[in-house]
Design a protein around this ligand. Structure first.
Ligand SMILES: O=C(CO)COP(=O)(O)O
Length: 247
């Protein structure tokens, strides 16, 4: 089965209604090929609004969700609530959740499992920090992050893995196509060995970290790079070029 090219736009904590209107107008003008899956992730407060104005070939994702359906968890939202407003995707384990808000592998795995059980599709993020890369620990770190999730879930068909090296996020220091491909390939081998050949073949492993309209095409040529999770450039018209990077 061909892995469908996936482009996610993670807006992080950016935008207001006026800005979102402009961004969506820009997306509406872009002829999105059937061969590409496009998902944008607005801040929680704009999920419903964004969902109400995006064209039907653009899906919407939440940027986070908690590990249970409801309860006394001030400030959190649950996968059930995300589903309730007609949204099918959630990003879990983003490096900012891990490193700014202190989420660990175990909590992230629980969140992924609960979101999947609720029927959401999950963009599960992993990636090493600069000091880990420099210490030669990249593989060990990303394998451990996948292992933690694998320990809590059985079904991978609704999961996309986003490899986002922390040193490349928002820094303008994109991984080279070779650097990204090397990690993606090793991840696929790891998944083949530890999970199954079928999952390894079918799962989309997307790259994130300073992806731009200018570098997306070269990255997209790599065999194991199945798309992107884009931060800064997803707020600009060049997001359209990234959507077309598989052509
Ligand atoms: O964190 C990212 C996407 O989730 C990447 O952010 P940038 O594209 O701004 O580096």
């Amino acid at each position: 089965m061909e892995r469908k090219f996936f482009v996610g736009g993670n807006w992080k904590m950016n935008g207001d209604k006026k800005f979102i209107n402009e961004l969506v107008e820009c997306l509406k003008k872009c002829p999105i090929e059937q061969s590409v899956e496009v998902v944008v992730a607005p801040p929680t407060i704009y999920l419903d609004y964004t969902k109400s104005i995006v064209p039907q070939n653009v899906q919407v994702a939440a940027q986070n969700s908690y590990k249970v359906a409801k309860g006394a968890f001030t400030g959190e939202i649950s996968p059930a609530m995300i589903k309730d407003i007609g949204i099918d995707w959630v990003i879990i384990g983003h490096s900012e959740r891990r490193n700014v808000f202190g989420e660990n592998d175990n909590l992230i795995a629980e969140k992924v499992a609960h979101a999947l059980e609720t029927g959401l599709s999950v963009i599960a993020c992993i990636g090493e920090k600069l000091e880990e890369r420099e210490a030669g620990q990249t593989e060990a770190v990303v394998f451990q992050q996948v292992k933690a999730i694998a320990g809590k879930i059985g079904e991978w068909k609704n999961v996309v893995i986003a490899y986002e090296p922390v040193w490349a996020i928002g820094t303008g220091k994109t991984a080279t196509p070779q650097q990204a491909q090397e990690v993606h390939q090793k991840l696929r081998e790891y998944i083949k060995k530890e999970i199954s050949e079928k999952v390894a073949k079918e799962i989309r492993i997307i790259y994130g970290g300073s992806v731009t309209g200018a570098n997306a095409k070269e990255l997209a040529k790599e065999k194991d790079i199945d798309g992107f999770l884009v931060g800064g450039a997803s707020l600009k018209p060049e997001f359209i070029d990234i959507i077309k990077a598989n052509k």
